[in-house]
Design a protein around this ligand. Sequence first.
Ligand code: PLP
Length: 228
Amino acid sequence: MSTIAENIAKVGVRIREAAQASRRDCASIGLLAVSKTKPAAAVREAFAAGIQDFGENYLQESLDKQIELSDLPLTWHFIGPIQSNKTKAIAEHFAWVHSVDRLKIAERLSAQRPAHLPALNICLQVNVSGEASKSGCSPNELAALAQAVTQLPNLRLRGLMTIPEPTDDPGEQRAAFARLRDLQQGLNLGLDTLSMGMSHDLAAAIAEGATWVRIGTALFGARDYSKN
Ligand SMILES: *Cc1c(COP(=O)(O)O)cnc(C)c1O
């Protein structure tokens, strides 16, 4: 077994254990492999070990990898900060966007989504940790943003995403994820997705209802930004 395949097996065990502990069906929890800064060969290895969904933060890097991997039936998720001048390529080359935090970006993604593709799956990124993190809309802005996004024709609002302030305290991890779940339920829009949990806090996220865990380091090893 390759290291990546071994890592996938280990993360699979962590996901199953967390699901069992909260009496959840593991089939309701998707593993999104975060391949940012990692080469196409690593994605190919993860695909061979059973992963189909990949998350990327940097547009150009991702487009290059998508070309190299166009022989594989992969589903690409954009999970990084979005500038207006990147929305067209994101609308054209991804199936999901987890990091929408303002209406202008959502409007552009809808307008630029090619007609031959299905609606783009959207998660709204929410800042549940207050001052500490800069990305994401504030909980106060969420209801109006969600309502507006549901009106856009080429987007399908699926749920919410968050990146809480990092902490090793499982109680604090759970509190942040519970906040996202409560916000999702409060919207009352029938949303089915909670994108939350990374390598260090996936168990807490699953305990609070995650449907996508976004895992990079635990699958592919530490990232080396000097090569990017
Ligand atoms: C990099 C990244 C991840 C993966 O984080 P790890 O700690 O490496 O698992 C998940 N989500 C987002 C939005 C990221 O940018």
